[in-house]
Design a binder for this molecule. Sequence first.
Ligand code: SF4
Ligand code: SF4
Length: 206
Amino acid sequence: MLEQFTDRNTNGYIYYKYDPVPKTNWQKFCRIVKRSVKLELFVGLWIVFREMAKGKKNCHTTQYPLEKMPMPPRYRSVHRLLRLLESGSERCIGCGLCEKICISNCIRMDTGVDENGRKVVKDYSINFGRCIYCGLCAEVCPELAIVHTSEYEYAAEQRSYYGLKEDMLTPIDKFKEGHQEEFEGYGSVSADADKFIKKTPIAGDD
Ligand code: SF4
Ligand code: SF4
């Protein structure tokens, strides 16, 4: 099997024949003229001028930051905490699953009880400097409360860069203005999710 690779003389190899290296100044001059005045040079120049003449309409470069590339829906960037679309209540129930599963140990949360005796999330933060954007927190969240957005501009001046609850949660006044739509990015329910729901087995149920 290896023979066909080791025999370099009969296996269709093409050996490139180099031009002889010019020695005298006259030979060097002749080579420069030969390389410069070939028609290919003018063909190349013609293509460049033709594309330039088409102007901005022919521009294929994204004019960042004026233009931004749309990110695919599975892109995992900085997190957002969602509200229920019907009521505007916070979706997060403070179960702590995201905090437990986080392999970078960068989620911190604090829960308490409100005046009605309901559990509330008082504080929630993610250290984006530690986060590796693995997506486990969004995967494990039973309430679809934490998701990954496609906002890729999150450079920070410091290594520790905390996203606080008030940064990640849609403000209630903006929510009322319709700033939160059904989320379709990473962490949302897939379009065919219903197919995978299994009935809870109940004793005596046929
Ligand atoms: S994306 Fe991964 S590393 Fe970042 S907060 Fe979620 S679980 Fe932690
Ligand atoms: S897993 Fe979801 S509901 Fe539970 S604490 Fe985290 S964000 Fe809130």
